[in-house]
Design a protein around this ligand. Sequence first.
Ligand SMILES: Nc1nc2c(c(=O)[nH]1)N[C@H]1C(S)=C(S)[C@@H](COP(=O)(O)OP(=O)(O)OC[C@H]3O[C@@H](n4cnc5c(=O)[nH]c(N)nc54)[C@H](O)[C@@H]3O)O[C@H]1N2
Ligand SMILES: Nc1nc2c(c(=O)[nH]1)N[C@H]1C(S)=C(S)[C@@H](COP(=O)(O)OP(=O)(O)OC[C@H]3O[C@@H](n4cnc5c(=O)[nH]c(N)nc54)[C@H](O)[C@@H]3O)O[C@H]1N2
Ligand SMILES: [Mo]
Length: 773
Amino acid sequence: MKPEDYSHSPISADSGTPAYKRPAGGWGSLEGVARIMKKEPPTPLALQILAKLNKQGGAMCSSCAWAKPANPGTFEFCENGAKATLWELTTKKVGPAFFDQHKVADLRKWSDHDLEYAGRLTHPMRYDAASDTYKPVAWDQAFAEIGQELKAIAPDEAVFYSSGHAALEPSYLYALMARIYGTNNLPQSSNMCHETTSVNLNTYLGVPVGTCTLEDFDHCDALFFFGQNTGTNSPRLLHTLKLAVERGCKVVTFNPIREKGLLEFTDPQSPKQMVMGKATKISDHYYQVRPGGDIAVLAGMIKYVLACEDAAPGTVLDHAFLTDHTQGVDEALAEIRMMDWAEIERHSGLSRAMIEEAAQIYVSAKRVIGVYGMGLTQHVNGWLNLGMLVNLLLLRGNMGRLGAGISPVRGHSNVQGQRTVGIGENPALFPLDRQEEMFGVTLPRERGMNIVKAGKAVIEGRVKATIALGGNLLRAMPDIERLEEAWGSQNLTVSIAIKLNRSHLNPGKVSYILPCLGRTDEDLQNGVPQVQTVEDTMSHIFASLGRAKPPSDQLKSELAIITGIAKAILPENPTLKWDDWTANYDHVRDLIAATWPAQFHDMNARMSQAGGFYRGNAARERRWNNAAGKALFTTPTTLSALGQQPGETARGQSYTLNTMRSNDQFNTTIYGHSDRLRGLSGSRMVVLINRGEMARASLTEGQKVTLVCDIDDGRDRRVSGLSVTAFDLPDGCIAGYYPELNPLIPLEHHEIRSGTPAYKGTPVRIIPEAPAS
Ligand SMILES: Nc1nc2c(c(=O)[nH]1)N[C@H]1C(S)=C(S)[C@@H](COP(=O)(O)OP(=O)(O)OC[C@H]3O[C@@H](n4cnc5c(=O)[nH]c(N)nc54)[C@H](O)[C@@H]3O)O[C@H]1N2
Ligand SMILES: Nc1nc2c(c(=O)[nH]1)N[C@H]1C(S)=C(S)[C@@H](COP(=O)(O)OP(=O)(O)OC[C@H]3O[C@@H](n4cnc5c(=O)[nH]c(N)nc54)[C@H](O)[C@@H]3O)O[C@H]1N2
Ligand SMILES: [Mo]
């Protein structure tokens, strides 16, 4: 691992560690796009598709779920959106000849990058154990055998996973099919990311999603960012932030890593900034909180707000809002008042002065938005991270009014929408009565399995079949080595995918890879191009139209594949018009509209309007659709979001591990080996650690080490061959890349209310592989 040439940043707190010298965005991001184009020059059509990305009549980007404005810029895509789009539009192909040449055992030795870089899947393939290769198969034969296998087991022995990518129409039919078949086992990728949000915001505010829209970002006076890496994961939000900062909005960030995008940004769409080499400073204050320290930060901020109110009673808190709209404030505040500043400083790693400085910005701002990502959700006490952030916002009525609210930044491009239209293991969240009436069927009411429960059931042999609508579970999940050992003993594994990945290389006894059209591909049914829809992180729904010629005439749309499986596993029923629905996706939108009329009425007409159509949000209007009918305060029970504190354990010194994304990946899709915005490149097998901790542990730069999980449940979890890399981080924590470090995270180590894996807070020890030289 070596720092990039433009190595050390003047803004890094430790100038001796790698950092990116230039602002986020700017020429660097154009170079990032150019680099991926150089790998494989885009076709003229690919360039046209990029130019229309996230605009009316174009495709919606398959990278992040950030909001798409009604008045888009000339280029309404970012460096990483371009990478995702061009990655899908590759001209390379993985067809029968490829599989003939490569045994599955050999492919298992390939890297994540190389597997996907090989190209687009072109034919339905069935695993042949005798030759250890995948062989081409006819679609009809595939559907028939999948049907046989699924009919031979109890419905609750099957799992229907979806990665948050497929559009609303296939997702609606997928959930419907699984339920009519007889199971609520519908885990989704958000079980690994914003499940903490879905479960806990629903409890606190009566909505499972954020309360803000883009308009709020035009009116807020202060934005507080917790654990979200905007520059890499939702770069189009940087443009929104720049506009906010330019009108005087203050930005305050809490993150253990000084993430470049939240420090400074040059808008690639601003000729003036680009030519003048100017950048906009984004965060007014950037605090390197210790991982798991946000509860303590928020407790300290609330103590300061209360001190201000005590000094000038009636002027700081929004008493009318607290009385009319909230519940539990006295109890929560009594507990927070008793919290000790020394403990707050210890857990947060920040001084009282720093926390009070941030809180003063909160008190001075009329309208405040709290923004967050995986840094809050992927912890054992993620519920309290969110509870405390909601507490802070509620105190001054920063919920359900213009310019204020809570704004989780969602991951996959339709992850929120899939949940909206029925994907999820909890049947209580969906109008199953209505669907029973619409289709004359009986739907199961027992709760199904989320991803952690499904993983455990696979390990224990209780799952006999897994169908995956996209995704890469054997890389994305925790404890992947434990899962790999058990995966192949299932009767059936089916992956609906556009590219080959590691999850396809652990076939069940019967195993299929079913290749589908991607977001940018033209989807013709009976010669008519079909539109699909997706929902962004702000609950707006957009039509998306693919225009590229598919890589093979053998591909089916996700919707058509679901129809094929549904017809093979479900009894004939004249109300289930699978063929009609596949022939014209308008008909599926009619079903969605009939299922949720208030939100989706006239969906076919509204889906193409500029800025999408808004399906509304009760909390935004101060209607609280939870059990209490009020916005709930949360009483803290601890100051740490971690399940286990780092430090000296019986087995040695342990550190909190933060598994993170590089700037050159989309989840388990690895585009390359650069993490430009952190000044790193070359290898992903690194352990980032600060220089003080390195010295205390007698580690040297580049030294090879093994990480060992420090949770003792009788299983040894370790990853070897990692290089020690000095990096600007708080004490007590280390960082490294997802998915390479996923073998270290126990499946049982998760957020306690929602089951979201604690990917940002696993205790690990460092074992040198050779003595320090
Ligand atoms: N290019 C690109 N875009 C993506 C993705 C991608 O992989 N690549 N993935 C998509 C998906 S599915 C998702 S869910 C989102 C994820 O987007 P993010 O929510 O940004 O998730 P991470 O990249 O995991 O980064 C989390 C941030 O939290 C910080 N952090 C870690 N622990 C703590 C803590 O205890 N407290 C605080 N305050 N901060 C902490 C980390 O340093 C890091 O900056 O992005 C989506 N967009
Ligand atoms: N350690 C650690 N682990 C994590 C995280 C972390 O921060 N740290 N983050 C977690 C998060 S937030 C998430 S969301 C999960 C992600 O988990 P998943 O959603 O399961 O994984 P992805 O890497 O997004 O899936 C990539 C695959 O999707 C397929 N694909 C791409 N486009 C399409 C398409 O159009 N249709 C279909 N059918 N398939 C397609 C491709 O074959 C590709 O190989 O990982 C989680 N795992
Ligand atoms: Mo995610």
